[in-house]
Unconditional design. Structure first.
Length: 292
C-alpha cells in the first residue's frame, strides 16, 4: 500500500504550531509527518513531540548543526533521508514550508498523483492582518479533526475567491507555470508533491544552493528534463502563506541557477551531483533523527 509522507521544513520554528495544527485537521491524514530544521533550533523538538502526543500521528524530527548560509535544499533532503529505511518508490512526498497553512482537503488533491509524478500546488500569500486572523483561529480552535476551515475560518472562502479571480484574470503572481521558458515548470517548494521514485532518480534537491531561492526551480527543471509527468493543482491544492518579511533570491543562488540552466539545456543532465544520496558538506553522523 502506498504511503504519504508530509515534510515540513523550518528555519526558525515560529509558525510551526500553526502549520502542524492545519496538518492535524486534514480530512485524510498522512502516514507520517517529518519536520526538518535548518540547524538545531531551540523548541522545535518539543513542538514535534507535543504534536505527536496530541494527534497520535507518527512524527519524525530531523536536524543538524547550523552552517553558514541557509541550506534549504539540504534541509529538505535530510527529511527524506530520515525516511530511507522504509520509503518505497511509489510512496508520495508532500513538501510544505514551515509557514504554510494547508486546506483540510490538501492531501486529497496534492497527494493523489493520478498518474503524474509531480503535482504542483499553489501558495496564496496573505497580508499581515489576514495572517493574524488565521493564526488566531488556529490557536483558538486547537486540533480538530472533523471541522473544516469553512466552518471555523471565514478567511478561507475569501482567499479562495480572490485567488480564483486573480487566476482567471491572469495576474502574473498566479502564473507559476511560465510556458515557453527553459525552466518550465517553475516548481514552488513551499507546496508540492512528488513520487519518491522520481525524486530519487534526480538525486533530490541540489545541495549546492546555499542562500535563499531557486533550489526548487532547479529541481523542477531536472524532473522535467527527466521526462517525469507533471500535474497542476493550483486551484484545489490550497496553501496559505503566513506573512513575514520576504527573502529574495541571493546572488549566490542566482549564479548557481544560471550555471545549472547552462549545463542542463535541452535534455541535459538531470542528476544532481550533490543531493539526496550524496550530501554536500555533511557527514552521516551530523544528521540527528528522532522518531516519535
Amino acid at each position: 500500500m502506498k504511503k504519504c509522507f508530509y515534510i515540513i521544513t523550518t528555519h526558525d520554528g515560529k509558525e510551526l504550531p500553526c502549520v502542524l495544527q492545519a496538518v492535524a485537521r486534514l480530512h485524510d491524514l498522512p502516514s507520517t509527518v517529518v519536520v526538518s530544521s535548518d540547524g538545531m533550533i531551540d523548541g522545535v523538538e518539543a513542538k514535534v513531540l507535543d504534536f505527536n502526543k496530541r494527534t497520535k500521528i507518527r512524527s519524525i524530527y530531523a536536524s543538524r548543526a547550523a552552517r553558514v548560509g541557509a541550506r534549504r535544499a539540504q534541509t529538505r533532503n535530510n527529511a527524506v533521508r530520515a525516511l530511507l529505511p522504509e520509503i518505497k518508490a511509489n510512496d508520495t512526498l508532500v513538501f510544505i514550508d514551515g509557514d504554510i497553512v494547508v486546506h483540510p482537503d490538501h492531501k486529497k488533491h496534492i497527494a493523489a498523483l493520478n498518474g503524474a509524478d509531480v503535482v504542483l500546488g499553489y501558495v496564496l500569500r496573505l497580508n499581515p492582518e489576514r495572517s493574524n486572523c488565521l493564526r488566531a483561529a488556529l490557536h483558538k480552535e486547537g486540533i480538530c479533526f472533523s471541522a473544516t476551515f469553512s466552518e471555523h475560518i471565514p478567511l478561507l472562502h475569501y482567499a479562495l475567491k480572490i485567488r480564483t479571480q486573480m487566476l482567471i484574470a491572469g495576474i502574473r503572481d498566479f502564473t507559476k507555470l511560465p510556458l515557453g521558458r527553459p525552466w518550465w515548470p517553475s516548481l514552488a517548494s513551499g507546496n508540492f508533491a512528488v513520487r519518491y521514485g522520481a525524486f530519487q532518480d534526480v538525486n533530490g534537491f541540489n545541495e549546492e544552493y546555499i542562500g535563499w531561492g531557486l533550489e526548487d526551480a532547479d529541481l523542477g527543471r531536472r524532473l522535467l528534463n527527466a521526462k517525469f509527468r507533471f500535474r497542476s493543482a493550483i486551484i484545489s491544492g490550497a496553501g496559505f502563506h503566513l506573512w513575514h518579511p520576504s527573502n529574495q533570491a541571493t546572488p549566490a543562488t542566482v549564479a548557481q541557477f544560471s550555471r545549472s540552466v547552462d549545463a542542463k539545456n535541452g535534455d541535459g543532465p538531470c542528476f544532481s551531483r550533490y543531493g539526496l544520496m550524496s550530501p554536500f558538506e555533511q557527514d552521516a553522523s551530523e544528521l540527528l533523527v528522532q522518531y516519535f
